[in-house]
Design a protein around this ligand. Structure first.
Ligand SMILES: [Cu+2]
Length: 227
């Protein structure tokens, strides 16, 4: 019994120190520069994102203070949600969290800073295959140590084509706001669905998520009455 617990700790130590890919020697472009029309034969880009995860609120002061022209753009950290005031867990003060939009094959580097006092967190990249980057799959205590409050963890992976999303994999946090889209496009000539649309624009993202008027912890392990 004692022996198996020891083995478990050794395994975790190994995993927490592992690095299968390191893209940081490359020229990292800010993520917004990777949003582009994908072309055949183009070299992959190395796209850098900085995420800060923190406790935040809907209908906060920025909703009153931002210039009206900015209120519904990413320049204004106002989260309207469904018009109900509540606290949430937000990435870069956004709900949904920032959209990652790249061309398939691009390398993404995401520095995640946990600014949530009292919470651990991780990010899981739902649909990204993580071939040779399995240490960045974001499952706490399986593929990585959770990111403690005040710490930053760097995720690095190669994108595969498709429409996906990322979300926290710690506890039930994803219900409280930490989830955003990951879209890796193909050149139109290689896209089997190209005949179905005229435009595939970065701003045309529809994100559907669960949303409640309380923190998810208040529902755990379950209420007798459905609210
Ligand atoms: Cu998932």
């Amino acid at each position: 019994m004692v022996q198996s617990r020891f083995s478990f700790l050794v395994l975790l130590t190994f995993l927490c120190n592992a690095r299968s890919q390191d893209f940081t020697a490359q020229l990292l472009k800010p993520g917004h520069e990777c949003v582009r029309e994908c072309k055949e034969g183009e070299s992959p880009m190395f796209c850098h994102y900085k995420f800060t995860v923190e406790l935040y609120q809907t209908l906060g002061a920025p909703c009153d203070l931002c210039h009206p022209d900015d209120k519904f753009t990413s320049k204004c950290p106002c989260i309207l949600a469904d018009g109900f005031e509540r606290t949430l867990l937000a990435v870069n003060k956004m709900l949904p969290a920032p959209s990652i939009q790249v061309c398939a094959g691009d390398r993404i580097v995401v520095d995640v800073t946990n600014a949530m006092e009292g919470y651990d967190t991780t990010l899981h990249w739902h649909g990204l295959r993580q071939k040779n980057t399995q240490y960045f799959d974001g499952v706490p205590m399986i593929t990585q140590c959770p990111i403690s409050a005040g710490q930053t963890f760097r995720y690095q992976m190669i994108t595969n084509e498709g429409t996906y999303f990322y979300h926290t994999h710690s506890g039930l946090q994803k219900f409280d706001g930490i989830e955003g889209s990951v879209i890796a496009r193909l050149p139109r000539s290689q896209d089997g669905a190209a005949h179905l649309f005229d435009y595939d624009l970065p701003e045309h993202v529809v994100f559907v998520n669960d949303w409640m008027h309380t923190h998810i912890e208040s529902k755990f392990p379950g209420l007798r009455t459905v609210i």
